[in-house]
Design a protein around this ligand. Sequence first.
Ligand code: PLP
Length: 247
Amino acid sequence: MARYEELGTNLEVVERRIADACAAAGRPREDVTLIVVTKTYPAEDTALLAGLGVTDVAENRDQDAAPKAEQCRNLPLDWHFVGQLQTNKVRSVVRYANHVHSVDRLRLVESLSAAVLKSGRPELGCLVQVALDKEASISGAAAGGESAHRAGVAPQDVAELANAIADTPGLRLDGVMTVAPLAGPLAGNPARAFERLAEIATAVRAAHPAATMVSAGMSGDLEQAIAAGATHVRVGTAVLGVRSPLG
Ligand SMILES: *Cc1c(COP(=O)(O)O)cnc(C)c1O
């Protein structure tokens, strides 16, 4: 019961932050969906969150997510996969996830499509993960380059991957996702990073009008993301608490 109350209080704080950020940006509150990132926390917490009205949860490792989703299969939850995805995990992920935010290569598109078609499940929503620290710049390799081990495609490669998803059976192009970069010229400036993502999202929508999801913003920077037009914020720590370093 104490955990239920703790999660409820944390959710109220996050809800207030989202509502305030929407108001400040002149956006209706319904524009923004809260996705609670439950990674490293037990299925019991996910169930409590569903009881508190959370509709969307995210995980980043299939090993943890698959058993959790199985335990929570009777709850009205939309599961999002937000972590780096290896093709050997794809068959498992398409069993529970309705959205994969971390599509970052053609090989993964092909693998997801094959798994969806084989499973007979409905279309899988896919977002192109954008690595803003891989931005091509006038100064060449200065922008991230070697240091950028972060997942995602460079901004200049987004259109090609988006087109591939849109053209692939079993997959639906839902939009774009990013994590504020730790390297490159946008490091430490989430507001500017999310504005850049918004530009990329607009370009994707010009070619694919239904791809309206802009997944950006976490516990520390959801306000900046909402100001820049994010439609989905992914919040872990602010709801569930600080994760153990081993997580
Ligand atoms: C863990 C994680 C989050 C949530 O981060 P917090 O800082 O705990 O809110 C969001 N997005 C991704 C991709 C994550 O892996």
